[in-house]
Design a protein around this ligand. Structure first.
Ligand code: 5GP
Ligand code: ZN
Length: 114
């Protein structure tokens, strides 16, 4: 999508530190990391949020999870633990409306949910 910042990152019009890429998924470091490892995993196809998922496009969620597993291994988090977070919509504080999952780890993460 034309004025989507993550589409621009995917198209390499905006620089980012890419840590993983395959046919359907890209992952790059968050510009404002909250932990030693903070990677954003996104579908290459523009999907605004979880609310825009349907039977036809939800297959990419499996790809995102498999990418998360590989990235966690590469970042040295295997066996230590990590968190995979999605913010959907206004009340959850979603700021970029291109579906993304935060992979966070590298320290003890504290409270589970708030
Ligand atoms: P949200 O709040 O929508 O769940 O997460 C959006 C995330 O994207 C934030 O953690 C923010 O730091 C990150 N972000 C926003 N703009 C950029 C950017 O241009 N490059 C990178 N690498 N991350 C960004
Ligand atoms: Zn997009």
């Amino acid at each position: 999508m034309a004025d989507c910042i993550f589409c621009k990152i995917i198209n390499k019009e905006i620089p980012s530190t890419i840590v993983y890429e395959d046919e359907t998924v890209m992952a790059f470091r968050d510009i404002k990391p909250v932990a030693p490892v903070h990677v954003l995993i996104v579908p290459k196809k523009h999907i605004p949020s979880v609310e825009a998922l349907d039977r036809d496009n939800a297959g990419v969620l499996a790809d995102i999870h498999l990418a998360a597993k590989k990235i966690a291994e590469k970042e040295g988090l295997s066996g230590k633990g990590f968190r995979l977070i999605n913010n959907c919509g206004k009340d959850a504080g979603q700021t970029v409306f291109h579906l993304h999952y935060h992979l966070i780890g590298g320290r003890e993460l504290g409270e589970k949910l708030i």
